[in-house]
Design a protein. Sequence first.
Length: 251
Amino acid sequence: MSISDYIENNRHIKLEDKEHDWEIIFERIKKFKTINHDTKILEIGTGTGWLPILCKKKGISCKGIEISAQLVEYAKYFGQKYGIEPDIELGNIEGTDIGISKYDIIIATSTFEHVQYWQKVLKKVFDALKSGGLFYFYSTNKFSLISGEYNFPLYGWLPNNFRYHLRIYRQGKDIMKFGIDFNQFTYSQLRYFFKKLGFSTVLDIVDAFDPHNLNNPKNWKNFLLNILHRFKVLKHLVLFFAPGTHFICIK
Ligand SMILES: C[S@@+](CC[C@H](N)C(=O)[O-])C[C@H]1O[C@@H](n2cnc3c(N)ncnc32)[C@H](O)[C@@H]1O
C-alpha cells in the first residue's frame, strides 16, 4: 500500500472516532504510571497523527516522530481541522536522536514491524526513557493465524526473504520503501530482548492486567483473563497465536 493509499483509507476517520483507541491505550498506561501536565510522551510512527493530536487536546505533552513527510503533512492538516497543531518531527527513528532519560512514556503501536534494525532502536527507546519510564509496545506476531500486514495464508510464518519477494512480486519494489513489515516478532523473542535491555518489569498483555482490577470488567474478559492468569501453559499457547505482540515495559 502506498502512503497516498494509506492516507485515502484513513481520510474518512474523524478525531472522535479515535477517542476510544486513545482511551484504551491510556487506561492501560495509567495502571502503571500517573499522567499529568509534566509527563513527557513520545510516539514513534504517528501515522495520521491521531494520538499526539488527542494528547494535545487533553493537555498532555506528546511529541511524535514519523518517517513519511506526506503523513507529517496529513497529521498537520488533520489537527488543523480541530484547531490543534501536533508536535511531529519528520525523521527515521533509526537515525533520529531521541535523547537520554528524556521521556516518561514512549508509545509504538504497529510501527516496529517496519523498523529494519529494530534491536538498535529498542535500545534507543530504553535509553530515552527516564528511570521508571514506561514503554507501550504493539506489533506483529509471527505465528498469528491471520495477518494484519498482508492477506496471504499464514503470511507471518513464512521466512522473511520469501515474504519480501512475495510482496515485491505482487506490489512492486516500492513496498520495500514503505509498507513492508521487515519483522514478524514472537512473544518469547521480545520478552527476552526487553529483559536483556534492562527493563525491570516486562509485562505481556495478559500479565499487565489483573483480572480483579479491570477498569471496565466485562464478564467474558474477566473470565478469560482469570483462566489465562491461572494456567500459564494456556496463556503461552494463546499468546503464541494471538493477532499481535503487546507489551508494557517499565525501566
Ligand atoms: C501502521 S502505521 C501506525 C500508525 C500509528 N502508530 C497507529 O497505530 O495508528 C506505522 C507508522 O510508522 C511509520 N514508520 C515506519 N517506519 C518508521 C521509522 N523507521 N521511523 C519513523 N516512523 C516510521 C510509518 O510511516 C507509519 O506512519
